[in-house]
Design a protein around this ligand. Structure first.
Ligand SMILES: [Zn+2]
Length: 96
């Protein structure tokens, strides 16, 4: 079925599948489902081109921090960062 949707099925088989689907509502429905999913994947494929993987990877790594900023706002994020820096400075001073 997926081969039929992607057009990689041999012509004679594709014709047989198409003939069956024309007379079979269940397969017609399944075909619609597969087609829309394949189209969605193809759309995604264009957006997520290989040369954008670095950017996607970085944004995934940023997600944790960005989630915090979105959830609590930028002032809270700055406060959190400052608190973390003060904590690190204190730890550093104590270790001297
Ligand atoms: Zn059928």
């Amino acid at each position: 079925m997926l081969e039929f949707v992607e057009g990689t099925l041999p012509a004679n088989l594709a014709a047989a599948v198409k003939q069956h689907i024309d007379g079979c509502p269940r397969c017609m429905q399944e075909l619609e489902r597969q087609s829309s999913r394949t189209r969605a994947l193809q759309k995604l494929g264009r957006v997520a081109a290989p040369d954008q993987w670095d950017e996607i990877h970085r944004s995934i790594q940023r997600t944790g921090w960005m989630y915090f900023v979105k959830r609590y706002g930028i002032p809270a994020a700055i406060f959190g960062l400052t608190a973390a820096l003060i904590f690190l400075a204190v730890m550093f001073a104590l270790s001297l």
